[in-house]
Ligand binder design. Structure first.
Ligand code: ATP
Ligand code: MG
Length: 254
């Protein structure tokens, strides 16, 4: 099985940015092949990776209910369509979950999808899952064993408490997480002592490991407003170097 890293955190904290940077890091450090999964209904990981998406797994689940050729077993159909939905890039592939399903029972579709994904995952060294805040997709798809849960927070004391609450959702969702990490994003260059103290207290109390702090990046902002992928950050960019340093730390923990 691939090493699974799942992103979580309140809206707008930087989950997708971190997921895209992590995919780039894994590819550039030769930890390939990587499977990137966009499990946010408002999918935009593909944009930060500079990829076009044609089919989402949500659409395939609908097809499974309506348009499976009679001669084909539904499990085989699902597997075939999941392969077709893969967006292939150098060193990594991307799958997009897409919009949640409409009314009706999708239990069978979920179960076929979950089986197809598990089979697919065997071909990858790493899997990076960008989530909506709640991580429901993970439990719905039976992806309950996670190696690293990376919760992204803004640099505020309330934000850090929210991140801790999100991390605690692993219990009711019955996820088995080996390592729970906190990443504080858009932090000032000089970390205020009061913030650092609070962050460390919350981490100790909530069984979170502090991955570290990432600063606000003018370059990330520029790329975002020009709708450019994060691959365009220069390899020497200090923000990128900082992020890579933190990812090395995460990878060193197994
Ligand atoms: N360190 C940073 N420096 C500058 N801009 C950043 C940084 N981190 C994130 N951003 C910007 O903040 C916005 C939100 O980031 P991102 O989309 O990664 O968050 P998210 O948690 O995935 O949001 P959502 O909950 O909507 O999926 C984006 O415009 C992104 O470019
Ligand atoms: Mg996002």
């Amino acid at each position: 099985m691939a090493v699974r890293v799942a992103l979580a955190g309140k809206g707008g904290t930087g989950k997708t940015t971190t997921a895209a940077l992590l995919v780039r890091f894994l590819v550039e450090s030769g930890r390939t092949p990587v499977l990137a999964v966009d499990a946010d209904p408002n999918a935009n990981l593909n944009e930060l990776l500079g990829l076009e998406v044609e089919t989402t797994l949500g659409e395939i689940k609908n097809e499974l209910r309506t348009s499976v050729p009679e001669s084909m077993a539904r499990g085989d159909f699902m597997e075939m369509r999941v392969h077709e939905a893969l967006v292939e890039a150098e060193g990594y592939d991307l799958l997009v979950m897409g919009q949640p399903e409409g009314p009706g029972c999708y239990c069978a579709a979920h179960s076929f999808l979950s089986q197809a994904l598990q089979k697919l995952e065997r071909s990858y060294a790493y899997m990076v899952v960008d989530n909506e805040a709640g991580m429901e997709h993970l439990s719905r798809l039976n992806m309950t064993e996670i190696d690293h849960l990376l919760v992204v927070s803004d640099a505020s004391s309330r934000g850090v408490l929210t991140a801790a609450r999100i991390a605690a959702l692993v219990k009711p969702l019955q996820l088995q997480v080996s390592h729970k990490w906190l990443l504080v994003n858009r932090a000032p260059e000089e970390i205020p002592e009061a913030l650092d103290k609070h962050v460390r207290e919350v981490c100790a109390r909530e069984d979170l490991k502090l991955l570290g702090y990432l600063p606000e990046s003018e370059r990330v902002f520029e790329l975002e407003i020009n709708q450019k992928p994060l691959w365009e950050l220069s390899a020497e960019d200090p923000f990128l170097r900082k992020a890579y340093g933190l990812f090395e730390k995460l990878m060193a923990t197994s």
